[in-house]
Design a protein around this ligand. Structure first.
Ligand SMILES: [Zn+2]
Length: 302
């Protein structure tokens, strides 16, 4: 993507890179796509994208936030909300405990408020390391609260999705999160709020079928798996051979489901550009959007 405004060029330095490199060493990391080994420090410098084949590797929510936001601007919200094994589903409690231990996270999504190039926004970032970022009651609650917070504070929302879908261990309650979050997205939208989603690898199931695809602007990382049901299930049901690139972000772009595919190294600049461009349309009053654009004072801001 070309950046028509000079002021975006100043953002080219990788934000948060120094912090991420602090504890990095030369431990080799194998690319899941091409199997090439690259030193961890070199990978971090390359936004955790394989230098051999260009495949973006999975990122923890906090590392993603560090790459994106203005230094020191992230303030976490709703960190105390976490899942409970209310159905006493076999093995779920142990699974949650293990996820807490290995990720040091309370849940599969990190929510908060931050600035990107000085622009305030609410954000939620799903973490595929935590029970495959499946959507349970706590994930739905945290994302819903993020939209409600954004409405209250008149902020746009940026959401990074990555999920294996609904969390089966929570039964029907996990499916209800699709409607619950979608309701919050709609209320935020009705109030004039901007919502940008970024689809990352993998975004599947109920998350794809709800808030991942409800953004005003839908971006995706290259070569991300994005779909609803699995490829094999669809082939067996439809008795059709699917194309090789089926359920990739490139396939979705070709078919109009995604607005743009953005390299990780350009993500911050792209989001900054979109936030600046839409600043005039974010919620600033109860006046309908059209009226805000037409206001005399706003005309000076062009
Ligand atoms: Zn590779």
């Amino acid at each position: 993507m070309d950046f028509p405004f000079d002021f975006f060029k100043r953002n080219n330095e990788p934000v948060g890179m120094k912090a991420l490199l602090k504890n990095a060493d030369a431990t080799p990391v194998e690319c899941p796509a091409c199997k090439a080994s690259t030193a961890r420090s070199a990978l971090i410098k390359n936004y955790m994208v394989c230098p051999q084949c260009g495949k973006p590797m999975r990122l923890s929510a906090r590392n993603r936030i560090t790459y994106l936001v203005d230094k020191g601007s992230f303030r976490e919200l709703f960190a105390g909300v976490s899942s409970v094994d209310f159905l006493h589903f076999p093995g779920y409690s142990e699974k949650l405990k293990k996820a807490h231990k290995t990720t040091q996270e309370n849940e599969a999504v990190v929510c908060g408020e931050a600035k990107i190039d000085g622009m305030r926004c609410a954000m939620f970032v799903m973490d595929p390391r935590f029970v495959m970022a499946s959507m349970g009651s706590a994930v739905g609650e945290k994302i819903t609260r993020t939209f409600e917070y954004a409405m209250e504070h008149k902020l746009p929302v940026i959401g990074f999705t990555a999920s294996g879908g609904a969390r089966m261990q929570e039964g029907i309650v996990s499916l209800m999160q699709m409607a619950k979050v979608s309701g919050a997205v709609k209320r935020h939208s009705n109030a004039g709020g901007l919502y940008i989603t970024v689809l990352t690898d993998p975004t599947t199931g109920g998350v794809t079928a709800s808030f991942a695809m409800e953004g005003d602007i839908i971006l995706a990382e290259p070569r991300a798996l994005v779909g609803f049901a699995g490829r094999r299930v669809i082939e067996q049901t439809t008795h059709a051979k699917l194309p090789d690139n089926f359920q990739t972000s490139e396939f979705l772009l070709e078919h109009g489901f995604v607005d743009a595919i953005v390299e990780r190294s350009e993500m911050r600049n792209t989001l900054a550009l979109l936030l600046h461009q839409h600043e005039r349309l974010t919620i600033r009053s109860q006046v309908p959007k059209r009226m805000v654009v037409a206001k005399k004072d706003d005309s000076k801001r062009v």
